[in-house]
Write a protein of this length. Structure first.
Length: 155
């Protein structure tokens, strides 16, 4: 069974997430912190292949602060035979922003097929399947960005 099939089977079971944001040495944002939240899964829906949405909500605590702030996101996973495309629906489903396509690198890992360019920023990702969900690591590199996000999605 390929990593794409394994991930597709897990997506509908995800219920929670944690993530850590770490700026690298070339970051101008300094955006460091931790988040914890819930995932409400919508789908699968047959549109163009299988589509699953993650409606995420929780709190983010910026490093050096004592009061967390609420966050919410909607990510759309479009499952194809050879790849899984990830979109951010921050402006709604009709104006979704494509982030990257994930392709199998091995039986338990997927990687971005190519870097996604957003202006001068490059988005890359690595996804590892684990016993109780999956870990998704992103890096964003650009003239003012050197950001690293580590998401842990769990059942």
């Amino acid at each position: 069974m390929t990593a794409i099939i394994r991930l597709a089977e897990r997506l509908t079971s995800i219920r929670r997430l944690d993530f850590v944001s770490r700026p690298g040495p070339d970051s101008r944002s300094g955006w460091a912190g931790r988040a914890r939240g819930d995932v409400r899964v919508e789908g699968p829906m047959e549109a163009q292949g299988k589509t699953i949405r993650f409606h995420e909500s929780g709190t983010f605590l910026l490093e050096g602060r004592s009061t967390p702030v609420p966050f919410s996101n909607c990510y759309r996973w479009e499952i194809g035979e050879e790849r899984i495309a990830l979109f951010h629906e921050r402006r709604g489903a009709d104006q979704a922003v494509w982030l990257f396509d994930l392709v199998a690198e091995g039986p338990e890992t997927l990687v971005s097929a190519e870097a996604h360019l957003c202006g001068e920023d490059r988005y890359r990702a690595h996804l590892a399947l684990v016993a109780d969900g999956f870990d998704l690591s992103w890096s964003i590199q650009g003239p003012r960005k050197d950001e690293h996000l580590g998401y842990r999605y769990r059942y």
